[in-house]
Design a protein around this ligand. Structure first.
Ligand code: NI
Length: 454
């Protein structure tokens, strides 16, 4: 403090002297006389005079050197900032060499739409917050920042398009994608699993800014496919399948088997699990006769009214009753009331491989008379047809009389009476695993829990 203000006058004088020096300095070649006479060489006038001449002779050389430096600098500046011709989006431009494409686009005021900053779901978070442009240089695409950072060379052919969006910062994890169930083929009495589903995988992106979650499928799931088909026996074969529901019945099943034996015919018995458990010997007799035993559920509930666990229980209990009684491992079934839909397939957990309904309804349950049952069963019959009759669940006396007439009429017209598995095997569009009647979900497959878009 004291030092700063101790001698303001001297301080001012110092300032004046500095200003004077500054003035002198602006006259670049002014040499102060006091300097010439003071110091150790003050008295040597002659020597000083020589030195003065020598100093004066250096002036033009310094001038020239400075000029060369300045000109060199200017030349260097012009060279390194020279403009080179390039083509951008089909037009010719002069662009400062070595400038980045981003700077060049700005200097030329090129109008290219910037991309946006978007959320993991694609919502715009900041308009113009994406890449400045998408660049293709001499036919090579330069993604992301590469394009912006590219340094322009003479003769480049550049295409600038709208900048890509930039996704917000996010975390990434992986998850599996469940297959869906689709139904195809229109309609038909045979609905079979043409494809078992396989899981895919996806990335789960969680946006740090938007807090959104988005899934990006990296491997598509294979949908499970149920295919509806009216079997078409190949090679000119004339085949019809007789089917009997709701048994086995202690009163009728054996009578049916005797009639079938008499005509060397086979049929398919869609049995209830509870009846198989009650009459295991009849279930065995069906198999022994050469006919097919298949599932009609455990307890004849309308499956479309049940939840998934009940559907699965009705199906698996019926199959288990059959395998316990006969050793037959079938996965073929007929839904009670013929009622089985996409949603029921979804609930079925892949337990069944084929759901079989019918094309010919004898309407025997109405007890319409023997002749009516016969004519209902044979109405417009053709190869590949499936006839519905019953051996269990009521009075089947009319069926017992109708059955020989139906078989005789069919055989007279050249039809062979076959099982459902044989009928499926006559149509090569149905996979052999399904034709076997005991297809199960292959290893590594996943049953869908949702319907897909057919
Ligand atoms: Ni039934």
């Amino acid at each position: 403090m004291a030092e700063q203000n101790s001698n303001p006058a001297r301080h001012k004088a110092g300032q004046r002297q500095a200003k004077q020096d500054e003035k002198n300095a602006t006259g670049v070649y002014y040499i102060p006389t006091t300097q010439r006479v003071s110091g150790a060489e003050g008295g040597r006038e002659k020597a000083a005079s020589t030195e003065e001449r020598s100093s004066r002779s250096k002036v033009p050389a310094l001038l020239a050197l400075a000029l060369i430096l300045v000109l060199g600098g200017v030349a260097w500046h012009l060279w390194s900032n020279r403009k080179v011709p390039v083509t951008i989006n089909g037009s010719s431009y002069q662009v400062k060499i070595d400038s980045t494409l981003k700077d060049a686009a700005r200097d030329l005021s090129l109008k290219v739409r910037r991309g946006n900053l978007v959320s993991v779901k694609g919502d715009v978070l900041k308009r113009g917050g994406g890449y400045a442009f998408t660049a293709t240089v001499n036919g090579k695409s330069l993604p992301g920042r590469q394009g912006e950072r590219y340094r322009v060379s003479q003769g480049d052919t550049i295409v600038l398009a709208k900048g890509k969006n930039i996704m917000e910062p996010h975390t990434t994890s992986t998850t599996s994608v469940a297959p869906k169930l689709v139904m195809k083929g229109g309609f038909g009495p045979v609905a079979y699993v043409r494809n078992y589903g396989k899981a895919g995988s996806a990335k789960v992106l969680k946006g740090k800014r938007s807090k959104q979650t988005a899934e990006v499928v990296t491997k598509k799931a294979t949908d499970a496919e149920i295919y509806l088909r009216t079997p078409v026996p190949e090679g000119g074969k004339q085949l019809v399948a007789l089917t009997f529901d709701d048994g086995p019945s202690d009163k009728y099943t054996q009578q049916y088997l005797d009639i079938l034996n008499k005509y060397h015919a086979k049929a398919t018995f869609f049995c209830l699990g509870k009846n198989v458990q009650q009459y295991p010997e009849l279930a065995k007799a069906i198999v022994k006769q050469g006919s097919q035993i298949a599932n009609h559920t455990q307890d004849h509930k309308q499956l479309t009214t049940l939840d998934a666990a009940e559907v699965q229980s009705e199906l698996s209990s019926g199959f288990k009753a059959i395998s316990s009684a006969t050793g037959v491992e079938t996965t073929v079934f007929r839904p009670p009331y013929g009622d089985f839909r996409e949603t029921t397939w979804v609930k079925s957990a892949g337990i069944a491989s084929a759901s079989i309904t019918w094309t010919q309804d004898s309407k025997d349950w109405k007890l319409p008379g023997v002749d009516q049952i016969v004519s209902n069963a044979l109405l417009n019959v053709k190869s590949g047809d499936i006839i519905l009759m019953h051996d269990g669940g009521g009075n089947r006396d009319q069926d017992v009389q109708a059955l020989p007439k139906i078989i005789e009429a069919l055989q007279k017209n050249g039809y062979t009476l076959v099982t459902i598995d044989e009928l499926m095997a006559s149509d090569s569009t149905i996979p052999s695993s399904i034709q076997s009647g005991n297809a199960k979900m292959p290893e590594g497959t996943v049953w869908p829990t949702e319907l897909g878009d057919a």
